[in-house]
Design a protein around this ligand. Structure first.
Ligand SMILES: [Fe+2]
Ligand SMILES: [Fe+2]
Length: 329
């Protein structure tokens, strides 16, 4: 009985202490202060950010696959060099983001293993195939364009390491978006066949790109607390609308048609789009998109084939540690 009573009062003390810290934490967030790795934070904040940042990292890494598919087949040396640089940037984004996620206390190995086991998500968009060169244009223009819409507000995210990583990432994304738009512009000013190829890429990528912003606000599970903690500054639907409004005039400039005949502008000037097929989105998230199995298989193969690099790096680090210890002695 005595032990029981003691435990209860310990728990009570801890609850009171946590409530006080949670209040201070929220006050710091409300004052737009950055939360840093060693600061106290609610367990749910840590968990939400670990999930979001690691999913973002996985998306950058898996996102290299559909475009990497075209590096050897890019039509000119200039296009090849630009695409190579772009895919390499995405790898760098993945690495900054894993480093940011690790500051929350979960190791990169654990995060990567969850992805390879199919237990962690990455962006649904990378489960679609890149059938023609125009798809590389459409990805840069639309997918990187959508990523910019999502990521610019994250530069002001309450968690310092994530916000800082996003500043550099966004600068690079803007280069990616322009290289994609330039490919689309060249194709749409080219032969009838090239224009048709650009239109077909837009037709295939448009709806999956709108789905990239996530479920509609009324069905989104994570938005309320993420907004309160200033991880998220705009809702999925708000970001989707901003993207659509920005992209319609770009499509018009290219002379391409957005595959949504029912689309019209409302009185406030916003483009109202037709209903999104959320069933398709849910199917892709459930692992049944056109390329889910290929993407995971490619990542697992690369991970297995890279085992010797990880072992060599580990051995090198251990030897270096021993050498430094011997020098210090
Ligand atoms: Fe990226
Ligand atoms: Fe990008």
């Amino acid at each position: 009985m005595y032990t029981q009573a003691l435990n209860t009062s310990d728990t009570d003390d801890r609850n009171i202490e946590d409530a006080a810290r949670a209040g201070q934490f929220q006050a710091r967030v409300d004052a737009d202060e950055r939360i840093e790795p060693n600061d106290w934070m609610p367990a749910a904040y840590r968990k939400t950010l670990t999930r979001q940042i690691s999913q973002h990292a996985h998306s950058e890494i898996v996102g290299m696959l559909p475009e990497g598919n075209w590096i050897t087949r890019a039509p000119t040396l200039r296009r090849k060099a630009a695409l190579l640089a772009k895919v390499q940037d995405e790898c760098g984004h993945g690495l900054y983001l894993y480093a940011a996620a690790e500051t929350l206390g979960t190791s990169r190995e654990e995060l990567v293993d969850l992805m390879l086991a199919g237990k962690a998500k990455y962006s649904s968009i990378f489960n679609y195939p890149t059938l023609t060169w125009a798809d590389i244009g459409a990805i840069g223009w639309l997918v990187d364009g959508a990523a910019i819409m999502n990521q610019i507000p994250l530069c002001r995210c309450s968690y310092g390491p994530y916000a800082r990583a996003m500043i550099r990432v966004c600068k690079e994304e803007s280069f990616h978006q322009r290289q994609g738009f330039e490919i689309m512009l060249t194709l749409s000013r080219g032969s009838e066949e090239q224009k048709a190829m650009a239109q077909s890429a837009l037709d295939r990528w448009w709806w999956p790109v709108l789905m990239m912003f996530g479920p509609p606000d009324k069905a989104s599970q994570h938005s309320d607390t993420s907004t309160k903690w200033k991880i998220k500054r705009f809702s999925n639907d708000e970001l989707r609308q901003k993207f659509v409004d920005a992209t319609v005039s770009q499509a018009q400039f290219l002379g391409l048609t957005i595959p949504d005949p029912g689309m019209k502008q409302d009185e406030a000037g916003h483009w109202v789009y037709s209903a999104i097929d959320w069933n398709e989105f849910n199917q892709v998230l459930a692992g049944n998109g056109p390329c889910n199995r290929d993407r995971l298989a490619a990542r697992r193969k690369a991970h297995d084939e890279g085992a010797w690099v990880r072992e060599a790096a580990q051995t090198f680090a251990e030897k270096r540690k021993q050498r430094l210890a011997a020098q210090a002695a």
